[in-house]
Design a protein around this ligand. Structure first.
Ligand SMILES: Nc1nc2c(c(=O)[nH]1)N[C@H]1C(S)=C(S)[C@@H](COP(=O)(O)OP(=O)(O)OC[C@H]3O[C@@H](n4cnc5c(=O)[nH]c(N)nc54)[C@H](O)[C@@H]3O)O[C@H]1N2
Ligand SMILES: Nc1nc2c(c(=O)[nH]1)N[C@H]1C(S)=C(S)[C@@H](COP(=O)(O)OP(=O)(O)OC[C@H]3O[C@@H](n4cnc5c(=O)[nH]c(N)nc54)[C@H](O)[C@@H]3O)O[C@H]1N2
Ligand code: SF4
Ligand code: SF4
Ligand code: SF4
Ligand SMILES: [Mo]
Length: 885
């Protein structure tokens, strides 16, 4: 700390701070307009000028670093005069209708004018009127109110990396512009609203602003980034959302879904408000007591092997803990699984084999220390947008980027190398990279010798590996693979980020092993900026796995087949437990189809749209004697249920989520439950109490969390009290442990990391004469999975109203299909109809669809062929034909 003097007041400041920051910290107001703590100093508006002894002129406080002994004055006649001139110019162009402006009371121009006692400009007021851009459904750009501070354009550049807007033209004509003056929605604007947050005036404002009367800090319910959000409330309802700058994972950043996609679904009229029981094919409303009694009396009739439970990656840790406890302790079955099976099951299996545990090794915050990113099978800027911001920033600051994806995703714009390989050929691609690294001796000998085992078997397996064959199979030029290998291995630190393009294959576990091989060969583990980073998908899929909502493990991946673990849980729960691992999600469906499993309890998962081969799934579910679904909406799965139990959303409950970087974070209740809906933990506890009597007498999530920590070594040191100070990353074994931002520093969970020789297995279906195209599936920025939440958000529907089948220009013209035309896609399992979009994104021969639209149920087409280890289905490759309709 250093001392300086501002207006005769001695203040302390940290070295590296600017004069403006030091003054603000000491409570001294210096008017400013272009300054934002989130952006690089700019010195553009010249409102924050100060006088500094021994310095010439009037330097801007926002660009001047503090120095020991500085003597600064912030209010002198010269300063007032210069600021007045700036304000005169701005106010001459700015309508002075403060009283009717949505920014009244929160406007930095108003603050500055008030501070100076100014209400009108001394200059003639301009009569210029500029058109308003209200193309975006969530916010509008009114250039009449713009003061050209460039905070929005800098945010779009420095924070999001999107560069959808910039200040164009100079002098009087300068304005916030877009590419060829298009409306914002016609640009690559991602509707994240970071620009809106930055605007100091009312030039960029949300369209439906309501002044909040309260605010609650919690966590975004969409993806695994786990951004901190502030729910802003009025009259007991959410009216807006802002980013929580104190959250270490997101530091205030949000994407469109977190910022604008919440209130509409939470307060939607379609929310389930009361339990429903099916009578003569129709749902009738029922009281909780009756519905719970029905579910329990029916569940009671089945033997342990005849029931299964699906937990929810959308629900809290506490809820998932209770769900698996209910399955194991009450129903006496390990048949409990959840959507992680469709998602990162190969990660859990493959990384556990290589390292001893399977989770993201590094933290979101250390990505900026990476010299090179290898993003494969992940569309980060659309599916983990706030992590995408970080990658784009790092690349702008000099980091290298390799993208491997059959589809030209938005990140490719920033990539040094783009490998557009055929779907399902990642083992070939990664093996080729490993081979090149070994042959060219680009490996980290030291790391291999001291920290790993099995290198020889990998090296041996690659000795005869044919690189030209790999190029042919992947469809990528060998030179490009070579460049990628050299770039990745040649960087001081390199970070692999991967997701569903790697896992959702019948060889998903092999893919993950190959990724682990590559990272170990180059010593990219256990250090900042490195790592193997599986980006976990759902808001709490990491937590649902940690809580043992899986058929083979209790909490913290303690095996159900391990006598010691079983005995521990039996003692804690006071019951005897089954030791045979249960069935996985698709095995449960198989067993239902064979009428072996007769009753299913589904919490927060919409199987009827998210599982592969829906036609067959539907036939299976129709055979169930009992289907109980617990959800916030009547989804396609709930339609088939005998009983539907209404639960509350994240905004109506307490608990914890664990995000992709293993950070356990607190949720806080912001609004009251709608109707008679109840939090999932309460519902499951009621079922447990009625069926078993003991072990479910919790009065709230905190008590459940305490039980979790006593049974789960990696969570043992975490408590609600500690979480109130900010999230903690597991492993956190004791109350004084600070949590673990980077895994495997010094050693792996299993001691040494182990290489695995991997053999290439092609996808289960390859194109042939009847089904000549490969369908690959995934996500778009604006919708989430089966759409129950985002399809109920008006603005998100406006941005993406329907399914789009993306097809390359070559394929479209061969088939005579034009842009926007309706086509029928058929696989061996069924057909759907969708609108074709002729697109530069997919590789010729490959088409891309999402699975966000019930009216176009893409999973009718997908292949249930599954990975022998992780049992994940091949959602990323199905052979299809396309016909005009
Ligand atoms: N907007 C939005 N965000 C989400 C979600 C959402 O539904 N919507 N869901 C969340 C969840 S649960 C998850 S799991 C994540 C998923 O996040 P991602 O995995 O990033 O998303 P996907 O679109 O499923 O697939 C990623 C990419 O894999 C590519 N791909 C297809 N086949 C192959 C292949 O064979 N090899 C390689 N290397 N790539 C291939 C696809 O072209 C696609 O770009 O997103 C999370 N975030
Ligand atoms: N073709 C294809 N299929 C895929 C994928 C793919 O890439 N391609 N990806 C797969 C992947 S990675 C995933 S993760 C799955 C996702 O599959 P699902 O998990 O089935 O998809 P969601 O639509 O997220 O369903 C979550 C359900 O939880 C409900 N919900 C939300 N909050 C709560 C809550 O607090 N409590 C309760 N009880 N319910 C709640 C929602 O209304 C919704 O019905 O899809 C898989 N399916
Ligand atoms: S909403 Fe986001 S992407 Fe669009 S202009 Fe603003 S900052 Fe840029
Ligand atoms: S729109 Fe707002 S943030 Fe952007 S330049 Fe104008 S005043 Fe500044
Ligand atoms: S990046 Fe994910 S967690 Fe963050 S706001 Fe967007 S959807 Fe929510
Ligand atoms: Mo997922």
């Amino acid at each position: 700390m250093i001392e300086l003097r501002i207006n005769d007041q001695v203040i302390e400041a940290a070295e590296g701070q600017t004069v403006l920051e030091a003054a603000r910290q000491a409570g001294i107001y210096i008017p400013s307009l272009c300054y934002s703590p989130d952006l690089k100093p700019y010195g553009g508006c010249r409102m924050c000028i100060v006088e500094i002894e021994k310095m010439r002129g009037l330097p801007t406080a926002c660009t001047t670093p503090v120095a020991a002994g500085m003597v600064i004055r912030t209010e002198t006649p010269a300063l007032t005069d210069a600021r007045r001139t700036v304000l005169d110019l701005l106010l001459a162009e700015h309508p002075l209708d403060c009283a009717s402006c949505v920014k009244d009371g929160r406007c930095e121009l108003q603050d500055a004018a008030k501070h100076m006692g100014i209400t009108v400009s001394r200059l003639p007021v301009s009569a210029r009127i500029q058109a308003i851009d209200d193309s975006n459904p969530f916010f509008k750009l009114d250039r009449n109110k713009c003061i050209l501070c460039a905070r929005c354009t800098r945010a779009c550049d420095e924070i999001t990396g999107n560069n959808a807007i910039e200040i164009v033209d100079r002098g009087y004509g300068s304005k916030v512009g877009t590419v060829v003056d298009r409306p914002l929605t016609g640009t690559n604007c991602a509707s994240c609203g970071e620009c809106v947050t930055q605007c100091p005036v009312a030039a960029l404002v949300p369209k439906d602003h309501v002044k909040p009367d309260g605010v609650v800090s919690t966590v975004c319910p969409y993806c695994g980034v786990g951004c901190g959000i502030k729910l802003e409330l009025s009259g007991g309802k959410i009216v807006s959302v802002s980013g929580d700058t104190g959250n270490p994972s997101s530091r205030g950043r949000l994407c469109v879904k977190g910022r604008f996609g919440i209130k509409d679904f939470v307060h939607h009229a379609d929310r389930l408000t009361t339990p429903l029981l099916k009578r003569d094919g129709q749902f009738v409303e029922s009281a909780w007591d009756e519905a719970l009694e029905y579910a329990c009396s029916r569940l009671y009739q089945f033997k342990p092997g005849e029931v299964a439970v699906i937990a929810s990656a959308k629900a809290t840790n506490e809820e998932n803990y209770l769900i698996q406890k209910f399955a194991r302790a009450v129903l006496k079955t390990n048949n409990v699984d959840h959507s992680a099976r469709l998602c990162h099951a190969p990660t859990v299996a493959g990384l556990a084999a290589a390292f001893g545990s399977g989770a993201m090794t590094n933290s979101i915050g250390d990505l900026n220390q990476s010299g090179c990113f290898f993003v494969l099978g992940a569309n980060t800027s659309e599916t983990h947008p706030v992590i995408g911001f970080g990658i784009k920033q790092a690349v702008k600051n000099g980091a290298k980027l390799i993208v491997a994806n059959p589809v030209r995703i938005p990140l490719v714009r920033y990539a040094d190398i783009f490998l557009q390989h055929h779907p399902g050929t990642d083992v070939m691609l990664l093996s080729a990279m490993c081979k090149i690294i070994i042959d060219e001796e680009l490996l980290d000998r030291n790391f291999i010798d001291s920290r790993t085992e099995g290198y020889e078997s990998l090296a041996k397996s690659l000795r005869k590996f044919d690189l030209d064959h790999a190029a042919a199979v992947t469809g990528v030029a060998l030179e490009d693979i070579r460049m990628a290998a050299r770039l990745y291995a040649g960087s001081k630190t390199a970070s692999i980020l991967y997701a569903m393009g790697i896992t959702q294959h019948r060889h998903g576990t092999d893919n993950v092993s190959s990724v682990a091989n590559l990272a170990m060969l180059t010593g990219n583990l256990g250090k900042p900026g490195g790592g193997v980073n599986p980006l976990r998908g759902q808001n709490n899929v990491q937590g649902a796995c940690d809580m043992g909502a899986l058929p083979d493990v209790f909490t913290g991946y303690q095996k159900v087949s391990d006598e010691v673990a079983k005995t521990k849980f039996e003692a804690a729960w006071g019951v005897s437990l089954p030791s045979e691992p249960g069935l996985t999600l698709l095995e449960i469906i198989d067993a239902i189809d064979r009428k072996k499993i007769k009753a299913l309890y589904v919490v927060g998962e919409n199987l009827m749209l998210s599982d592969p081969d829906i036609n067959r799934l539907k036939r299976a579910l129709e055979k169930l004697e009992l289907l109980v679904v617990q959800d916030i909406f009547m989804n396609e799965t709930a339609e088939m249920a005998h009983a539907v139990l209404p639960s509350t959303t994240f905004a109506e409950k307490e608990g914890t989520f664990t995000n992709t970087e293993r950070r356990v974070q607190r949720l806080r209740k912001a609004v009251n439950p709608v109707g008679f809906s109840k939090p999932d933990w309460w519902i499951t506890a009621q079922l447990g109490k009625r069926l078993c009597g003991k072990g479910f007498g919790f009065s709230g999530p905190e008590g459940i969390f305490e039980e979790i920590t006593t049974l789960t070594p990696s969570y043992a040191g975490i408590s609600y009290d500690r979480l109130d100070q900010g999230g903690l990353q597991w492993p956190c074994p004791s109350p004084s442990h600070p949590g673990t931002p980077i895994l495997y520093v010094g050693s792996f969970t299993r001691g040494k990391g182990v290489f695995k020789a991997v053999k290439f297995v092609p996808p289960a279906e390859l194109p042939d004469d009847t089904y000549p195209f490969i369908l690959t599936t995934g996500r778009s920025l604006y919708h989430f999975h089966t759409g129950t939440m985002t399809r109920r958000v008006k603005g998100l529907n406006a941005l993406q109203p329907t399914e789009t089948l993306e097809i390359s220009g070559v394929d479209a013209s061969n088939l005579g299909i034009s842009d926007g035309e309706s086509v029928r896609v058929t696989s061996r399992r069924g057909s759907v109809t969708a609108n074709a979009v002729v697109s530069k994104r997919p590789k010729p021969g490959t088409i891309f669809m999402t699975f966000h639209f019930p009216e176009t149920a893409t999973n009718i087409l997908t292949n249930p062929a599954r990975d022998p280890v992780a049992k994940i289905p091949e959602l990323k490759v199905a052979a299809v034909k396309i016909e005009k309709v």
